[in-house]
Every structure is written in C-alpha cells, then in structure tokens.
Write a protein that binds this ligand. Structure first.
Ligand SMILES: Cc1ncc(COP(=O)(O)O)c(C=O)c1O
Length: 397
C-alpha cells in the first residue's frame, strides 16, 4: 500500500531543498529544485576530481554509474543493461530514433497529437529524406489520444508509433499502456517520450509495452540539468545501430574490429560528467525512497487545488485537456500575452513556464493556441505558495 506524504513529510523535504527558501517555483516541468544531498553529491565528486585528478576520480566513481543505472532500472521496472545514461531526453530519444535507420518511401510513422517538437523535427528530417509520411493519431474530444482511431490506422506500412505520454503544454495524460497494447498486437516499434512522466507517475515499461522510453530527470525527479535516461527493451536492442559510436559504445577488439556493446550502453558516450551522474544517482535514490505512487498522489492533490483556485479568477482560462491530469497547469490571462504574465510574476519572485507552438506544434495548432502560461507543481508545492501565485495573478489582472 502507498504510504501517503503528510504535511510534516513535505516540510522536511522542503527544509532539505535550498531553493524553496529563495524562490516560489512553479516551473518544475521546466526543471525542478534539487535537494541539498543532490548538490552535495555533485560537489563531492567535483572535489574528488580536483584533489585526485579528474580521470583518476572518474575511475573510482564508476560505482556511481552502476548505481544510477540500477536505480533507473528499478524506477522503470527494467533491467540495468536496458538503461543508457544520456545527456537529456532528446539526446536519448533522438539517438534511438536515428538508430532505427533505413526508412523507405511509403513508410508511415504514427504520432500522437502532443508529440514533443524536438522528436517531430527528427522524424520530419528522416521522413522527408526517405519519402515516408508522418500521420497524426486523432484525439478524442477531450484531447486524449483516441486508441480506437489508432487501431484503425494500422497497416503493413506503419513502422513506428511515437507517443508523448505527458505533454509539455498542459495537464493531459495520454493512455501509454493502451497504445502499447496496440503496438504489441501488431508488432510495431513503440517509442514513449516520458520526459514529464519520470518521477511524476509510476512507470512500468513491461506493462506499457514500449520498446524505447526516454526521460528528463531534471524535471519531476529533481536531478541536475544535463542528465537523461533512455530505456531500450533488451530484445529490441539488436535492431538499433547507433548513428555514431565511440570507444565506449563500440570498443575496438584485439583485431582492431569495433564491437558494438550488447547493452543499452551503446547509446552512451565515453566522456561524461561524473558529477552530474552522482547528482542523478542521489535524485533517483530520493524519489524511490519517497515512492512514486505517493509523489503522484500528492502532485494530483496540489495540482487540483491550483486548478480550483485559478478557476475562481474570472479572467483566467484554464487550458488543460484530458480527464486524468498531471502537475502541469496551463492557463491564459485575458488581455495579456503569456510572456507578459511570466515577466510580471518573475518581478514578484514567482517562476512559471511558457509553452509555445514549437514545443507541441500539432496540438497547439489543432487547438488554435499560440502560447500558454504553464504553472507546474511538485510534491514540494505548498498551499501557501499556491496562494502567493493566485494573489499575484489577481493583482496583475
Ligand atoms: C514532453 C517533453 N519531451 C521532451 C522534452 C525535451 O527534453 P530535453 O530538453 O531533456 O531534451 C521536454 C522538455 O521540456 C518535454 O516536456
């Protein structure tokens, strides 16, 4: 049974998060605030590098890599050899996508309406070069991906299904598992962008049935920027030849022949920041100790409160689609560009995010939106902070 987070737990977690004392943060979906222990883990590795020599400290810190990989595997219900430590969500997703290779004229790539713009850019380049097409899976009235429509789109030319699970431009949660059931039924490769999902909702790659899943740990997981996670299903790995390799991903053997790694490490680079990995490992450890089901429950509670409070402001239009919702709260304030709202809030020490057309182009265009203000919460968010944000928006309006 999930042990729920109490207000006392939240107070303790905030006390261990220096940023909660210096800023009112509603941009956890951009990047969240790290804990003191995560900062210490980063500093400690930099200290070791400064005192023992960076390469020497790196050898000693290889345990950090093993630990981060094992913790990520636990978080996703995967095996450690199915996890690559990357530099960001797009880096992992893009590397796996490029490794699929071999697109032909007439091939079809099916994408949800909320696909992340960066993933779409990668798909568009490949599709244009090959004469393949990108077809958008319709959404239901409430914005959620329509799984019946997806099933009816499948034919022998479909070579990929790509889904952004929790979109960047609002609170909708897409049915990742139901999409996975269709992908499995027809044997089609299935990529899930879980940039916003990792650390916010429980993830079980086996239940989802995905072949590839990418994550951005700087968001809900509160890891440092410049970190990323990539899951590749073990049996799927042999279909992926990385677009480029190095001495780590494909070391030369005694005969001088490159040997592609037989684990997800084929998507890692030889050179990396061990300090960031130390921070990542600590952030993963913390999220697992709190428990993702408890985090999900708390975020849902906090986001619901924020939506209710914003709904009481006459000039605020809430823009979250979907039924089941995440901690990303999209809104606009009548008469103001979202940029102006963001700037005015920043002047009051409150950070929110913005989401424009390039981030989720298909959905924004479908809904006739050019930009939305995005207040995203964490389990760290308090009622008092929500009050501060709401009062500030009322003052601006
Ligand atoms: C859904 C989604 N996918 C991908 C990304 C990009 O992640 P990264 O900047 O780590 O490549 C983001 C970033 O906000 C996102 O929200």
């Amino acid at each position: 049974m999930t042990r729920l987070l109490t207000d006392t737990d939240i107070d303790a977690l905030r006390a261990q998060t220096p940023g909660t004392r210096t800023t009112t943060h509603f941009n956890h979906a951009g990047a969240s605030l790290p804990s003191s222990a995560t900062l210490s883990a980063i500093h400690a590795q930099l200290e070791r590098e400064a005192t023992s020599g960076p390469m020497e400290a790196g050898v000693a810190a290889s345990a950090i890599t093993d630990e981060a990989r094992a913790l990520a595997a636990t978080l996703f219900n995967a095996q450690p050899d199915e996890i690559a430590l990357t530099g960001g969500n797009s880096q992992g997703w893009g590397a796996a996508f490029a490794a699929l290779g071999g697109w032909n004229a007439g091939d079809r790539l099916l994408v949800g309406r909320h696909e992340w713009g960066g993933n779409l850019a990668a798909m568009q380049f490949a599709a244009q070069r090959a004469g393949a097409t990108i077809d958008v899976i319709p959404s239901r009235e409430d914005g959620t991906l329509d799984t019946a429509a997806l099933a009816s789109m499948i034919d022998e030319r479909v070579r990929l299904i790509a889904l952004t699970w929790l979109p960047a431009n609002g609170g909708l949660i897409n049915p990742a598992e139901a999409v996975g059931a269709i992908a499995r039924r027809f044997g089609i490769p299935y990529f899930v962008d879980a940039a916003q999902a990792a650390g916010q909702v429980p993830i079980d790659v086996r239940t989802i049935g995905c072949d590839v899943l990418s994550a951005a740990p700087r968001k809900a997981l509160r890891a440092p920027r410049g970190t990323g996670l990539l899951y590749v299903r073990r049996e799927f790995l042999e279909r992926l030849t990385p677009a480029y390799v190095d001495r780590f991903s494909a070391p030369l053997d005694a005969q001088g022949e490159p040997r592609l790694r037989d684990d997800a490490g084929r998507f890692e680079s030889a050179e990396t920041s061990m300090a960031l990995r130390a921070g990542l490992a600590n952030a993963l450890r913390e999220a697992l100790a709190i428990g993702v089901p408890a985090i999900r429950q708390r975020i849902d509670q906090v986001a619901t409160t924020l939506r209710q409070r914003l709904a009481q402001i006459e000039s605020v239009a809430l823009l979250d689609d979907g039924v089941e919702r995440s901690g990303l709260v999209a809104f606009n304030l009548a008469g103001y560009e979202p940029q102006a709202v963001q700037a005015a809030l920043a002047g009051r020490g409150i950070s929110i995010g913005l989401s424009g057309v390039p981030y989720t182009p298909l959905d924004m265009r479908a809904r006739g939106l050019t930009s939305v203000a995005r207040a995203s919460v964490s389990y760290l968010t308090t009622d008092e902070e929500i009050g501060r944000l709401v009062e500030a928006i009322i003052a601006i309006a």
